[in-house]
Ligand binder design. Structure first.
Ligand SMILES: O=c1nc2n(C[C@H](O)[C@H](O)[C@H](O)CO)c3cc(O)ccc3cc-2c(=O)[nH]1
Ligand SMILES: C[C@H]1O[C@@H](n2cnc3c(N)ncnc32)[C@H](O)[C@@H]1O
Ligand code: SF4
Length: 376
């Protein structure tokens, strides 16, 4: 573990010193996670791309009035889920715009036509349908959640997530990434993490780097995540995601973080966080797989044979076979995992799952043979 001073110094540590720290990060990963990296075979369901926020980096969001703004119909969702099932996926990642009904009459109308008055309500119905009609497991990434939202979604999902992004309040100012984004107010994000902890929800979070934050603010963000994990034990994984500049967004002209910056941040995360927290970097935003592995990651996140990454649509998923090859060249195996990490089922199933979700997970472990059985 690093002290705050060491964490701050990592930003500009000379190469020789950095090499020592990076070797320590890799060693910590090896000790906790072994010589195997994991990924989750999933489908991505963008239930709606309308959103009450306007993040300066986001191309996913569409305003009503644009042809592309929409709410997916239940049949469309289920068609993607069935295709995923056919191709061996085990996770449905519901990733969507936040509370568009609070800002746009068009979103309220679209929801009303589907028999709902909030996006979370519709989301809960679709999660339940996925559980009833398929073998896939819902993981919910819907932004900030109230206590009632968490309680509503827990019985119909195996895990939830929301990127903290960063705890910096500066980023809310005019001209910054989170200007006019009520759901990116750091205290709201932190409260969501805390609610998930209190209600016993295995949770994915992370930081988005290169959106105008300082190194110290990254340290603060990772420390805040780690503190919450100390209290509730629910942070299953932390994603370090690098900002990608997109044409047509407010941040189109902002510089993207360099590979060195990304690698240093991964080392920081591995050394700051409890080693039992999985450390993930998405492979489709990676420049060099080997550099991320050397920095201490143990997971590549969701990869889909069916759907594109709707958040970074221009970045194709690597073929699982080529990711396996690259991972093997670094001396690591590649194994599939479920959306939720096994230790929650092993250690405290009654705290983290409703009885019906717990029995569903044990069933999958049994049916899936040795690899997953060992893992669960
Ligand atoms: O394909 C993606 N998957 C994303 N995932 C999914 C992730 O890669 C894994 O599939 C799940 O976390 C399963 O453990 C997220 C999950 C979260 O809870 C929060 C944020 C993300 C962000 C992305 C993303 O940008 N692209
Ligand atoms: C689902 C997550 O995707 C991330 N996200 C949104 N837009 C971008 C972008 N341009 N580059 C990288 N990550 C992005 C945010 O961190 C969000 O929370
Ligand atoms: S990143 Fe999420 S919250 Fe921000 S505009 Fe895009 S969809 Fe909305």
């Amino acid at each position: 573990m690093l002290t705050r001073r060491q964490a701050l110094a990592l930003e500009t540590a000379p190469n020789s010193e950095f090499q020592t720290l990076s070797a320590r990060a890799a060693q910590l990963r090896d000790r906790q996670w072994g010589k195997t990296l994991t990924y989750s075979r999933k489908v991505f369901v963008p239930l709606t791309n309308m959103c009450r926020d306007d993040c300066g980096y986001c191309t996913f969001v569409q305003k009503p009035g644009s042809e592309a703004a929409r709410v997916m119909r239940p049949e469309e969702v289920m068609a993607v889920v069935r295709e995923g099932e056919r191709l061996g996926c085990k996770e449905v990642l519901f990733s969507l715009g936040e509370k568009p009904e609070l800002r746009y009459p068009e979103a309220r109308e679209a929801l009303a036509a589907l028999g709902h008055n909030s996006m979370i309500d519709y989301l809960a119905e679709m999660c339940a349908r996925v559980l009833d009609e398929s073998s896939l497991l819902p993981h919910v990434n819907a932004g900030t959640l109230s206590d009632a939202d968490v309680a509503r979604l827990k019985p119909v999902s195996v895990s939830m997530g929301m990127m903290l992004e960063n705890v910096s309040r500066r980023l809310l100012q005019r001209g910054e990434a989170h200007f006019a984004c009520p759901d990116k107010v750091p205290v709201q994000r932190l409260r969501t993490l805390e609610r998930a902890g209190r209600q016993g929800v295995p949770f994915t979070t992370g930081i988005l780097i290169g959106i105008g934050e300082t190194w110290a603010e990254r340290v603060d963000s990772l420390q805040a995540i780690n503190d919450l994990h100390r209290r509730y034990g629910h942070i299953q994984e932390v994603i370090v995601q690098n900002f990608r500049a997109k044409p047509g967004t407010a941040m189109a002209g902002s510089p993207e973080p360099s590979l060195d910056d990304m690698v240093r941040t991964l080392v920081l995360a591995r050394l700051l966080l409890d080693p039992s927290i999985s450390l993930q970097a998405p492979p489709n935003l990676a420049e060099r797989f080997a550099a991320y592995i050397d920095a201490g990651i143990n997971d590549w996140g969701g990869i889909s044979p069916v759907t594109i990454d709707h958040i970074n649509p221009e970045r194709a998923w690597p073929q699982i076979a080529s990711l396996r090859q690259a991972t093997a060249r670094c001396g690591f195996g590649l194994e599939e995992r479920l959306a939720v990490y096994p230790r929650y089922l092993r250690q405290a199933p009654e705290q983290f799952f409703t009885p019906s979700i717990a029995s569903r997970l044990s069933g999958i472990a049994r049916a899936d043979g040795l690899a997953l059985q060992q893992c669960l």
